[in-house]
Design a protein around this ligand. Structure first.
Ligand SMILES: Cc1cc2nc3c(=O)[nH]c(=O)nc-3n(C[C@H](O)[C@H](O)[C@H](O)COP(=O)(O)OP(=O)(O)OC[C@H]3O[C@@H](n4cnc5c(N)ncnc54)[C@H](O)[C@@H]3O)c2cc1C
Length: 408
């Protein structure tokens, strides 16, 4: 590219919010025969379903199951995908600077997500792994396999920091790996898994019944819980707790904290709490052509509490922003955006999950199966869906693919 181009509608970020904004815009653009050209920009040439990355890291699913090639998204459409880094957004000039050139726009949806927050804890950034991108998930997977190959009988010590959804899901997966693959393929070795959480309760956002289920599950699988403990420092092989306790940790996984990144892209006056403040129609308070969706958007519900930084909210915001842009082009009205969760489903390892739907809480295989089914419904393309179903069905009959091709 490397030259100035124009997009009628520009989507920045092809994660959950941006991907869904594209799909909805493409559909409505066709339905109303509007002839608008959409450009979607991402630093990767694939969409990543972030909530499944811990399963990639533990080898429960393959990278192809949690990604979608963005060139397939725009294939057979009049629209474009641009692989580039977004560097700056100028809402007044309606111009976006990317590593591949500048793109002017009539409408823009910003869906660039968020990043990890290390809370300035010494060593946290340098010595921990996260599972926010496919590259990080694969690095973690290969690190685990490499360390398993070289650890002694004392075992591989893995520490997960954070007892929210992510931390609990990561521990669940690694407990499964320890129980199945490590026990059979590395009979003289073991994985010692610790979970450090600042609060007294795991997944505090979920009802007490769920917390009890999670705790009981971890007690059964042998994970060591350090609740009500803060991490004060991390080094290459140690996690230090605020009270001074030192945990041996060959691999530390950072699963806590969101860092909002809007000021990286926009001038400070366009941001609030490092996010993009939007109206109930999801466009910026001071620009009705700049929309935001997903983690980067700051939108308050009727109770003056911001909508959560969750995949489900990002998905619905992406759909709404797209619908509102089309309504604006067609000069029709749309009711304000509201978000009500349909429920939470949390997998804890393979074939075990907890689901909270309305007042109902259920656990076990059905909850786990339901989550994978919901994901498959979201994935575009019948052939892709079938390939994934096939792989997942047969996954249960063998071992995870315990190879480390990351170095010779
Ligand atoms: C490990 C983990 C587990 C989670 N589990 C759950 C869960 O179980 N349920 C749930 O509801 N939510 C979960 N979440 C939260 C959920 O993943 C996010 O809320 C959701 O992905 C936000 O969607 P988004 O579109 O805002 O951002 P993302 O999905 O993160 O997408 C952002 C996109 O922007 C691109 N991008 C970023 N910066 C640039 C740049 N400078 N230039 C170009 N492209 C860029 C990225 O490549 C990415 O494609 C989890 C999050 C994590 C980290």
């Amino acid at each position: 590219m490397h030259k100035n181009t124009h997009a009628d509608i520009l989507i920045l970020g092809a994660g959950i919010g941006g991907f869904e904004a594209f799909r909805t815009l493409n559909k409505l653009n066709k339905r109303y025969n509007l002839g608008k050209k959409i450009t979607i920009v991402d630093r990767n040439n694939y969409f990543t379903f972030v909530p499944m990355l811990h399963e990639v890291a533990a080898g429960s699913i393959e990278p192809t199951h949690a990604t979608y090639p963005l060139r397939e998204l725009t294939n057979d459409t009049p629209h474009h995908f641009v692989k580039a880094n977004v560097e700056h957004i100028d809402p007044e000039g309606r111009l976006v600077t990317t590593s591949m050139g500048k793109i002017s726009y009539d409408y823009c949806v910003v869906a660039l997500g968020s990043g990890p927050n290390y809370f300035d804890i010494p060593g946290a950034k340098e010595y921990t792994n996260t599972v926010r991108t496919m590259r990080q998930a694969l690095k973690l997977k290969y690190d685990i396999i490499r360390e398993l190959e070289r650890c002694d009988e004392d075992g591989l010590h893995v520490t997960v920091v954070g007892g929210g959804y992510t931390g609990v899901e990561v521990v669940g997966q690694f407990c499964d790996l320890a129980e199945k693959e490590v026990r059979h393929l590395y009979p003289n070795k073991r994985i010692v898994i610790s979970l450090v959480h600042a609060g007294e309760e795991l997944v505090p956002q979920l009802p007490p019944k769920v917390r009890t289920i999670v705790k009981a599950r971890f007690e059964k699988t042998g994970a060591h819980l350090f609740l009500g403990n803060r991490v004060s420092a991390v080094s290459e092989n140690t996690v230090t707790l605020a009270g001074g306790t030192e945990l041996k940790s060959h691999i530390t996984i950072w699963a806590t904290g969101f860092k909002n990144l809007a000021p990286k892209f926009l001038g400070a006056t366009w941001c609030k709490n490092d996010r993009i403040p939007v109206t109930k129609h999801l466009h910026h308070l001071n620009s009705d052509r700049l929309y935001a969706a997903g983690d980067i958007a700051l939108c308050y519900g009727s109770d003056d509490v911001p909508f959560p930084q969750l995949g489900e909210a990002a998905h619905e915001m992406g759909v709404y922003a797209a619908r509102h842009i089309i309504a604006d082009i067609r000069k029709t009205a749309l009711k304000p955006f509201t978000f009500h969760t349909h429920g939470t489903i949390m997998p804890i390892g393979d074939w075990f999950g907890v689901a909270v739907i309305g007042k109902l809480v259920f656990k076990g295989r059905f909850a786990w199966w339901l989550r994978r089914t919901v994901y498959l419904i979201f994935m575009p393309g019948i052939v892709r869906k079938l390939r994934i179903v096939f792989d997942w069905t047969f996954h249960g009959f063998g071992f995870r693919h315990m190879v480390d091709p990351s170095h010779e």
